[in-house]
Design a protein around this ligand. Structure first.
Ligand code: ATP
Length: 306
């Protein structure tokens, strides 16, 4: 039932700003795929292009080999939560969903079904203007589910949810993926995706940084650095930098080495007659791997922000 999302050499420019820059990746059915990047990385722009709300400057974004606009089934083909605040505040949740169901050829009963599914059954008759951010997120998720689509896009769905809500959303995404749907979820926080996604697409400054399974991504973190202690810091630093490693002092006189595995560091120390008091590969968290990989994009964004 799931369908493949294909982003191919996608580019979007707004005047001098390149929001998306030659981006290519694939999102597969039956998996939860996290779409990660710092603020301003181009996630929302990519999702908006996928939904046909913004025209790309170059390249393509397709579901099932065709742009969203060419699929006649609309919300029954791709469901999306884009901007949870984007609902007329004077309407009730039930009226909002019923209207969407009517215009998309979806049975009216689905409105109450999805409201119950997201835990808003009791608030169905209340005006959306009085909803909390968490309730709006739930309504946005209900909107995405309305047409029982095989492809679902969620832009920052965990914003505003309490811990119970976050757990619920994780369970929902898992079920949707287990049903064979394609579930694509954006976030700027690795901590949110760590226990949610099977696969990750990481972008920075509109460009692809990584597209792989969470396990493979975590392995990058494990290779991040090795902590070394020695009474001959100068001798070891010389031996390691000659082999292309980067060495920097950290607390308590220890050295942090990147660019060489622990075994090679041990061999080089032995060859140079440098005693070692500690040699520990550091297993970085997924969060650290993400920060390290996107550091350049964050710096860039920070400079751009007044
Ligand atoms: N309509 C627009 N006009 C001009 N610039 C835009 C427009 N939309 C996005 N941008 C710019 O494009 C870049 C990417 O923005 P986008 O919203 O896609 O990033 P994002 O990864 O979703 O970030 P966030 O997590 O902050 O929502 C940013 O520099 C943003 O300022």
């Amino acid at each position: 039932m799931g369908r493949v999302i294909e982003i191919d050499e996608l580019t979007k420019r707004y005047g001098d700003t390149t929001a998306v820059d030659g981006l290519s990746f694939t999102v597969r059915p039956g998996r939860v795929t996290g779409f990660l990047g710092p603020n301003g990385a181009g996630k929302t722009t990519t999702l908006r292009i996928l939904l046909g709300l913004v025209a790309p400057t170059g390249g393509s974004a397709t579901v099932d080999g065709a742009p969203f606009g060419e699929h006649p089934r609309g919300l029954r083909h791709v469901g999306a939560l884009l901007d949870a605040g984007d609902v007329h505040g004077g309407r009730t949740a039930r009226a909002h969903l019923s209207a969407l169901a009517r215009t998309n050829g979806i049975p009216r009963r689905r409105a109450d079904e999805v409201l119950a599914e997201v835990g808003l059954a009791e608030a169905a008759g209340k005006r959306v203007g009085g909803y909390s951010l968490g309730m709006r997120q739930r309504l946005g998720i209900a909107t995405a589910l309305l047409g029982e689509p095989p492809v679902l896009l969620f832009d920052e769905p965990l914003n505003g949810l309490d811990p119970e809500g976050v757990l619920w959303v994780r369970g929902l995404f898992r079920r949707l993926a287990d049903e064979g749907r394609t579930v694509f979820v954006s976030s700027h926080l690795m901590s949110e995706m760590e226990n949610t996604a099977d696969d990750l697409v990481v972008i920075g400054r509109g460009r692809l940084i990584a597209a792989e399974g969470v396990v493979a991504f975590a392995a990058r973190g494990a290779r991040l650095s090795v902590t070394v202690r020695t009474p001959d810091a100068a001798g070891l630093t010389a031996a390691l930098t000659a082999e292309g490693a980067a060495v920097r002092p950290v607390q308590d006189g220890a050295l942090s080495v990147t660019g060489l595995p622990a075994a090679r560091i041990g061999e080089l120390a032995c060859r140079g007659g440098v005693p070692l008091h500690e040699l520990s590969p550091r297993t970085a968290s997924l969060e650290e791997a993400f920060m390290e990989l996107t550091a350049d994009s964050v710096e860039y964004t920070a400079k751009e922000t007044p």
